[in-house]
Structures are given as structure tokens and as C-alpha cells.
Ligand binder design. Structure first.
Ligand SMILES: N[C@@H](CCC(=O)N[C@@H](CS)C(=O)NCC(=O)O)C(=O)O
Length: 223
């Protein structure tokens, strides 16, 4: 098991991408040092470790940086074998990766547009967000978690922002897509997911997310 001196996470505790990494490390029982980044005044450390995207999270293992949260999750799973996150079966691994990419590329992009727009453009984006959620609802048929088992896996971790961050994105953005009556399986998944100790103990307080999303809206000057 890596000691804290070998492993560092550079990130912010409000970042859904950073928290994915923290959840994975907690689930695996791997110790790490957390380095809080200031995204308004990015540190020279961040710029040196992630010169291409200049974003958090960055995992630094034995001095080597690994960037992009989904890649970091796979790295963690390959490096610390206990409590596997991805399934062993190649088709099931491909399934998890496919839906993880869908969540980040389609659902998140639709929610981002709904947050960043108003009027007709927002209505279209809310519809796209709802359609994406509906597809995920379908994938939860007969399942407690996206992993298909009794414990969360890689895909649940990637989907984790839907369980917590989405409500604040909706609230500040002035729209609603995650309707518990329309999506009862997703609603049950959210409740189960948020009860997991490693998840619940690593969630930012609501006021911090509200204030960050309000600041983003102010910066966009759209509302
Ligand atoms: N695709 C990246 C996204 C990471 C990302 O967007 N991080 C945000 C914080 S939530 C960031 O560092 N933003 C700084 C910036 O865009 O300048 C991942 O999965 O790690």
C-alpha cells in the first residue's frame, strides 16, 4: 500500500472530478496527501504537472503526474488491486468505459449548456439532459448500482456528480432535469450512493457548491 509520501492528489474539494479520485482512493484504502489548488490563481506546481489542460485533478505517484480523472481512476485500479473498480470481463469493462464517456461527454455537456443558457437554448439543453438521464435510467433496470453488483464500481464513481453536484447546478442554473418521479431507479441509485461512507465523507458542503456555481454564473454574466 502506498504511503502518503508517495502519493499526492492536487485538486479542489469542490471539484466533481477531484472527488472521483478521492472516492476511489478511499474505497481502496490507499493513503494520500491532498494538495488544495487555487483555480483562480493556479499554482506553478499545477502548471508544471498538467501543462496541457492546466486542470485538476492531478495524481502524483512517486513524482510522476497522471491527469484526467477517468484515466486516474483506471491508473488507481491497475496500481492497487484490492477492491477492484472496473469489472474483470473485457465486454463489461468496455460497457463501463462506454457509459462513463457518455456521462462526461453527453450528459455533462447538456447540463453545462442548460446551466449556461436561458430561454429557448436552455429549454433545448434541458431536454437533452433529460434524454441522457433517461438512457441512464434504462441502464439501471434490475440493478442497485451501475456496476451491476452490491458495491459501487468505476461507472458509479464517474456518475457520482449526478447524485450530488447536479442538484446545485440545477438550482443555480434555474432548471430541473433530474425528476425523481420520472427517474425512480436513478433516484434510488442516488440515495444508495450517497449512503456509502467513502462517498458521504468526501462531499463538499452545499454552501460551497452554491457559491462556486453562482460565481461561475456571475463570471458568465448571463442571468
Ligand atoms: N476532463 C477533466 C476535467 C477536469 C476539470 O474540468 N477540472 C476543473 C475543476 S472541476 C478545472 O481544473 N478547471 C480549471 C480550468 O478550467 O481552468 C477530468 O476529467 O479530469
Amino acid at each position: 500500500m502506498a504511503g502518503a509520501e508517495d502519493l499526492k492528489v492536487l485538486g479542489t474539494r469542490q471539484s466533481m472530478f477531484t472527488v472521483r479520485v478521492l472516492w476511489a482512493l478511499k474505497l481502496k484504502g490507499v493513503e494520500y496527501e491532498f494538495i488544495e489548488e487555487d483555480l483562480v490563481h493556479k499554482s506553478s506546481l499545477l502548471l508544471a504537472l498538467n501543462p496541457v489542460h492546466k486542470k485538476v485533478p492531478v495524481l502524483v505517484h512517486g513524482g510522476k503526474p497522471i491527469v484526467e480523472s477517468k484515466i486516474i481512476l483506471e491508473y488507481i485500479d491497475e496500481t492497487w488491486k484490492q477492491r477492484p473498480l472496473l469489472p474483470e470481463d473485457p465486454p463489461q469493462r468496455a460497457y463501463a468505459r462506454f457509459w462513463a464517456a457518455f456521462i462526461d461527454d453527453k450528459l455533462m455537456e447538456a447540463a453545462r449548456k442548460a446551466f449556461a443558457t436561458t430561454a429557448e437554448a436552455q429549454a433545448i439543453a434541458v431536454e437533452s439532459t433529460t434524454e441522457a438521464l433517461n438512457l441512464l435510467e434504462g441502464e439501471l433496470q434490475g440493478k442497485k448500482y451501475f456496476s451491476g453488483g452490491e458495491e459501487i464500481g468505476y461507472l458509479d464513481i464517474v456518475a457520482g456528480w449526478i447524485a450530488y453536484w447536479l442538484q446545485f447546478i440545477e438550482e443555480v442554473g434555474g432548471f430541473k432535469a433530474m425528476d425523481s418521479t420520472k427517474f425512480p431507479r436513478l433516484d434510488a441509485w442516488i440515495k444508495n450512493f450517497l449512503q456509502i461512507t467513502s462517498v458521504a465523507q468526501n462531499l463538499p458542503p452545499p454552501h460551497e457548491l452554491r457559491s462556486i456555481f453562482c460565481a461561475i454564473q456571475d463570471a458568465m454574466q448571463i442571468k
